[in-house]
Design a protein around this ligand. Structure first.
Ligand SMILES: NC(=O)c1ccc[n+]([C@@H]2O[C@H](COP(=O)([O-])OP(=O)(O)OC[C@H]3O[C@@H](n4cnc5c(N)ncnc54)[C@H](OP(=O)(O)O)[C@@H]3O)[C@@H](O)[C@H]2O)c1
Length: 223
């Protein structure tokens, strides 16, 4: 059977030496300016940036580009219950340059959807489950002409993608912090696979060392 079409997905994250992407209190400040510049450069090369609702609630990111000239891109939020605040930066900050799409489920009332559409948000309804059906959402995004997505977490959404083997490439910066904490968000949270033989494998295609930072680039082995 032919697999459904989907955009190419690059997971991008900065993590501590021990694999955390924020501290236990949610402090996400682990990149330095040079790493941010690299991430922003990568943002200029994709059609969309995607984050989970948890990242919107905790960090309220603008998901914009500093440092480089560019033509903008879509911001995509995965939010099963369609509850992100209407004054979140992804809704209010420069919507013409970075139009926002929210992927939600088919369980949402039309009045709730109208509330967001009235703010210029495009709504994609994917699946009738408790969580957004990510494969279906990717198919709909592909139908909109989105070919390449930068997945910027957090840990729960990263697991949603990994579980369904939807990650084609990984760009991972290891920052020189060792933060610990079983409640600190990891690069990938969720349930995890039972065995190594069940999980997707990746090719290490590039390693870059810069002062105290290391950036690793992996591609999915599909064969
Ligand atoms: N260092 C880095 O590079 C980096 C990058 C990004 C984020 N972060 C950090 O990550 C933290 C947030 O991570 P998080 O794990 O709390 O939240 P998250 O991954 O951003 O968002 C998770 C939420 O997405 C929604 N969702 C909808 N459908 C889903 C699906 N099929 N699979 C998975 N999630 C789905 C769920 O909420 P609903 O069910 O309510 O929809 C879920 O709770 C923040 O502290 C942030 O600073 C760090």
């Amino acid at each position: 059977m032919k697999s459904p079409k989907k955009p190419y997905v690059i997971l991008s994250a900065a993590m501590t030496i021990d694999g955390k992407i924020a501290s236990k209190t949610g402090d996400p400040e682990l990149s330095d300016e040079a790493d941010w510049k690299e991430v922003h450069k990568l943002r200029t090369k994709v059609d969309a940036i995607m984050v989970g609702k948890g990242t919107i609630l905790k960090d309220n990111p603008k998901l914009h580009i500093k440092y480089f000239s560019h033509k903008g891109y879509y911001r995509i939020v995965v939010d099963s219950h369609l509850t992100i605040p209407l004054d979140a930066n992804v809704i209010t900050y420069e919507p013409a340059l970075y139009p926002t799409i929210i992927c939600t489920t088919e369980n949402i009332s039309s009045s709730r959807i109208t509330l967001y559409q009235a703010r210029g948000i495009t709504i994609i309804q994917a699946g009738k489950g408790v969580k957004v059906d990510l494969s279906r959402a990717l198919e709909a995004l592909s139908d909109m002409g989105i070919k390449k997505i930068l997945l910027e977490g957090g840990g729960t959404l990263n697991w949603g993608f990994l579980e369904k083997d939807l990650i084609d490439e990984i760009r991972l910066t290891i920052a020189p912090w060792f933060v610990g904490g079983k409640h600190a968000v990891s690069l990938v949270d969720g349930e995890g696979f039972d065995k190594m033989s069940e999980c997707p494998r990746y090719h290490l295609i590039n390693v870059k060392k810069r002062e105290n930072y290391l950036t690793l680039n992996y591609k999915r082995m599909r064969s």
